[in-house]
Design a protein around this ligand. Structure first.
Ligand SMILES: Nc1ncnc2c1ncn2[C@@H]1O[C@H](COP(=O)(O)OP(=O)(O)OP(=O)(O)O)[C@@H](O)[C@H]1O
Ligand code: SF4
Ligand SMILES: [Mg+2]
Length: 323
């Protein structure tokens, strides 16, 4: 299990292109969540809500300013080099734009076998065994061994994402982070990749953090869903009823905007009002400027997490929607 406990991450950025003054972007604020064994946790939120930052913290690419996570019983604050190696081996990642994370001069075989090659001293896998593993994982993702000598530019967007998934799975990790894996693809291809992930999950039994800005796809490929808004988790619930029975006004607004608009349209997040800046946030609930349920308490401080429809579900709101 991966248990994220009260993680905060700030970025110091220049106020303007020519300015020397700096300001603080609060990308993650007291974020807590759990990715259980064999479970897919969907992480939904608008652009800039902090989803990729959380993924990077889990990969060890960013050090949190506060909080920590527990990975299979190991505390991120005290993990040594070997523990981080073990974590990275067991945590595959797939990005939105696969080509940007792949060397255009490398063949598919080299790209997919890269995680093995990097750890060759540790894994001691023979060349033949490595080739077999790459062929096996390519076949599982719908590609063929004949495609191994080809370069990435010879493939379509959907095929490139299959190659990225093969690379993320080649070490048979127990966890996958899928950071918007289908957002850049045509709608017809999106469904194919989601189906592929569903099949692979059955075969390889990984748990996953499935990051998306599209609430309509989380139901397809998640057991539970956490909703982020401006660096905070505002609600976490079972994927089954995140649409109908969620308590947080933001989750409801997302669900409603989904029903009102075609999910393929760019207007998907046609919620009223602007998302506030992650810099200099006023105290209280960050959703207040857009919220129809606002009450006096909302401007005081961020609401604490309350129990939702079942004991496992939580939401942070002073005046929730009636379930
Ligand atoms: N390396 C960085 N330096 C400065 N600011 C950053 C950095 N990375 C992220 N941010 C800021 O942190 C906030 C969260 O960004 P993040 O990329 O995690 O959001 P996201 O939810 O993944 O968005 P998207 O859906 O657009 O991918 C944003 O305001 C972003 O501008
Ligand atoms: S805390 Fe207040 S402003 Fe925030 S979502 Fe709930 S009712 Fe709306
Ligand atoms: Mg992102």
């Amino acid at each position: 299990m991966i248990s994220v406990q009260e993680i905060s991450k700030n970025f110091s950025v220049k106020k303007g292109f020519f300015s020397r003054e700096r300001m603080t972007v609060k990308a993650l604020q007291n974020v807590s969540l759990e990715i259980k064994e064999n479970e897919v946790l969907g992480l939904v939120g608008e652009s800039g809500s902090g989803k990729s930052t959380l993924a990077r913290v889990l990969m060890g690419l960013y050090r949190p300013d506060a909080g920590h996570f527990i990975f299979d019983g190991k505390d991120s604050r005290t993990m040594n080099v070997n523990d981080w190696q073990e974590l990275r081996r067991n945590l595959g990642i797939v990005f939105q734009d696969p080509a940007s994370s792949m060397n255009p001069w490398m063949t598919v075989e080299q790209i997919v076998s890269e995680p093995i090659v990097i750890r060759k001293k540790l894994l001691r896998m023979s060349r033949a065994a490595r080739r077999d593993r790459v062929a096996e994982i390519l076949a599982a993702t719908g590609l063929t061994a004949e495609q191994m000598p080809k370069k990435i530019h010879e493939f379509s967007g959907g095929q490139r994402q299959r190659i990225a998934i093969a690379r993320a799975l080649v070490l048979k990790p127990r966890y996958l982070i899928l950071d918007e894996p289908i957002s850049a693809l045509d709608v017809s291809i999106q469904a194919q990749i989601l189906n592929l992930l569903t099949d692979l999950r059955r075969e390889y039994r990984f748990a996953a953090l499935f990051i998306t800005h599209d609430l309509s796809v989380v139901r397809w490929f998640s057991d539970r869903v956490a909703v982020m808004y401006l660096g905070r988790i505002v609600e976490a619930a079972s994927a089954e009823y995140i649409f109908e029975k969620s308590r947080h006004p933001y989750t409801r607004a997302l669900a409603k905007s989904k029903l009102d608009t075609d999910f393929r349209s760019r207007d998907f997040y046609a919620l009223p009002g602007e998302i506030p800046s992650p810099v200099n946030q006023p105290p209280g609930c960050p959703f207040a400027p857009r919220c129809e349920n606002i009450v006096d308490d909302c401007s005081r401080e961020f609401p604490s997490q309350r129990t939702g429809v079942t004991a496992l579900d939580t939401y942070a709101c002073y005046n929730p929607v009636v379930a």
